[in-house]
Design a protein around this ligand. Structure first.
Ligand code: AMP
Ligand code: TRP
Length: 332
């Protein structure tokens, strides 16, 4: 059986990178796979979150995911902290994974920066919780953006080591699904930095909640180089900002970068940015409108998450029972 799991942090500023790198693929994969999607509030608190903001962002994220087209009846959508199995399995994985593995995680190094001694222990252990998220549902496939590749390799290592240590064939070796032409959307201000929720400049990203004027303004101000657009993908080499905008266009239009350049090669950026804006608005505006409607009824969002959690828990509980037996824990 094939099962998908993926997660996203409720930390506000859901942006075009999240949409093109992850959410859009989640929506597309729903026909083929049984899916479990999770708003990972426990991951969010590895860095400080104001409790009121966390709760609001959890609901906003759920609303955005539903607005983007997740079918919450056919599939499961819930928030992580509602299903105790995530913490239970994470602890066991913290005892399977090695300090050295965690020390090599680039996301930890980036987030901790120079202040390594002062970040939370949870930030260091974050990938063990992520492995637990995935393996708690024995997921076979995980759709994510490029930046999560290393965490998924670690998930495979955890599954393998658990199976070896305990002499079982219990956890599957999960496959990452890194799909589309925009697996790593870059900042609009700096083509060497990824588009991120935490960038201080709002002009670095297109938020899913931006209106048409804001989107137009952000693309107009997006950094580019003075050359016109090239005719081939090879010529995008060494032009990170151009490559990023072409990739965004391609992903939004469901085309390849080569296909886009066939159409727009030779044009000036000013013209291309106008077309990119129209395309982005046509994709994002309906999502934005639906999201606002969902957010008017937070009781309904909470009910969706609770119902999802109940269904997720049914899977999770049976895995935890098996794992407790494998590890040698006496259970209730
Ligand atoms: P996060 O916002 O870190 O919880 O990420 C949620 C999902 O969005 C993950 O699958 C990430 O890989 C993906 N993602 C985040 N930022 C980007 C980006 N700039 N480009 C492509 N995918 C991204
Ligand atoms: N670490 C992921 C991110 O920051 C979010 C995440 C948590 C996740 N658990 C997951 C993604 C499990 C895929 C599968 O983007």
């Amino acid at each position: 059986m094939n099962r998908i799991f993926s997660g996203i942090q409720p930390t506000g500023n859901l942006h075009l990178g999240n949409y093109l790198g992850a959410i859009r693929n989640w929506v597309a994969l729903q026909d083929e796979f049984e899916c479990v999607f999770c708003v990972v509030d426990q991951h969010a608190i590895t860095v400080w979150q104001d409790p009121k903001d966390l709760l609001r962002h959890t609901r906003e994220m759920a609303a955005a995911l539903m607005a983007a087209g997740l079918d919450v009846e056919k599939h499961i959508l819930f928030n992580q902290s509602m299903v105790p199995g995530h913490s239970q399995l994470a602890w066991i994985f913290e005892c399977v994974a090695r300090m050295g593995w965690m020390s090599r995680m680039t996301q930890f190094k980036e987030k901790a920066g120079k202040d390594r001694e002062r970040v939370s222990l949870g930030l260091f252990a974050y990938p063990a919780l992520m492995a637990a998220d995935i393996l708690l549902y024995q997921a076979t496939h995980v759709p994510v953006g490029e930046d999560q590749k290393q965490h998924l390799e670690l998930t495979r290592d955890v599954a393998q080591k658990f199976n070896n240590d305990f002499g079982v064939e219990y956890f599957p070796i999960t496959e990452p699904l890194i799909l589309g032409e925009a697996t790593r959307v870059m900042s609009l201000r700096d083509g060497s930095k990824k588009m991120s929720k935490s960038d201080a400049s709002d002009f670095s990203r297109i938020n899913l909640t931006d209106d048409a004027d804001t989107i137009a303004q952000k693309f107009r101000k997006a950094k580019t180089d003075p050359e016109p657009l090239p005719a081939t993908v090879e010529e995008l080499e060494g032009r990170p900002e151009a490559s990023n905008l072409v990739g965004i266009y391609a992903a939004l239009a469901d085309m390849t970068k080569a296909g886009v350049l066939d159409q727009v090669g030779g044009r000036a950026f000013s013209e291309f940015k106008g077309e990119l804006t129209d395309l982005a608005v046509s994709v994002l505006e309906p999502i934005n409108t639906r999201m606002k409607v969902y957010l008017e009824d937070t009781d309904r969002i909470d009910a969706v998450l609770r119902d999802g959690a109940e269904r997720a828990n049914a899977i999770a509980e049976s895995v935890i029972r098996d794992v407790y037996d494998i590890v040698g824990f006496l259970r209730v």
